[in-house]
Ligand binder design. Sequence first.
Ligand code: C5P
Length: 229
Amino acid sequence: PFFWAVIPAAGIGSRMRADRPKQYLSLGGRTILEHTLDCFLGHPRLKGLAVSLAADDPYWPLLPCAGNGRILRAAGGSERADSVFNALQLLAGQGAEASDWVLVHDAARPNLVRADLDRLLAELADDPVGGLLAVPARDTLKRADADGRVRQTVDRSVIWQAYTPQMFRLGALRQALGDALQAGVAITDESSAMEWAGQAPRLIEGRADNLKITRPEDLEWLARRWADD
Ligand code: C5P
């Protein structure tokens, strides 16, 4: 089956402490967002792609891909979930059907490889719910109190880190996100909206280096790695 992609890129990335949102920082001469889009735009099964952008975003129009007719531009919202919801609405208006798959992927994850994307598509092709790329927790995990003292060691064997892409049916995701937003529930990824709607998304183990650029050292690490390749 074909799929649609949604790339929320309307965040400000304050934890990067940079002069611009992190998706517009440079990695090997191109922006992080361009690298992220590349992984999807070259895919033969991609039907269409929507990128959610802040209304006054001055950086997007400067990118060569801003003129790419295959990229739909959705309105960014105040939270990531709003940005994703707006993009889903846009896709639905562009002919995407409720039963179509949508893959939502953070703009700030430029290191997704095709093999991971294809594994997600293959593993979930017949799944009734959908799921997400994820990585088993690697470190020992601690629950802390307000003073920064360890109160408990968490059983890490059942803990995963939720990555993206996250893959769900357009109709189900739109409903779950819309309802969750309306109810004022805190939603930090698509899976949490589906969980809130009573579903159990499947975890598909992916590469740990599909990391979300969040802090300055993440970008330094990735830039060094790409330079070595
Ligand atoms: O802030 P965080 O790293 O969790 O953001 C994840 C992704 O969601 C980023 O690609 C960011 O641009 C996007 N986002 C968005 N709209 C917001 C907040 C974040 O599209 N209001």
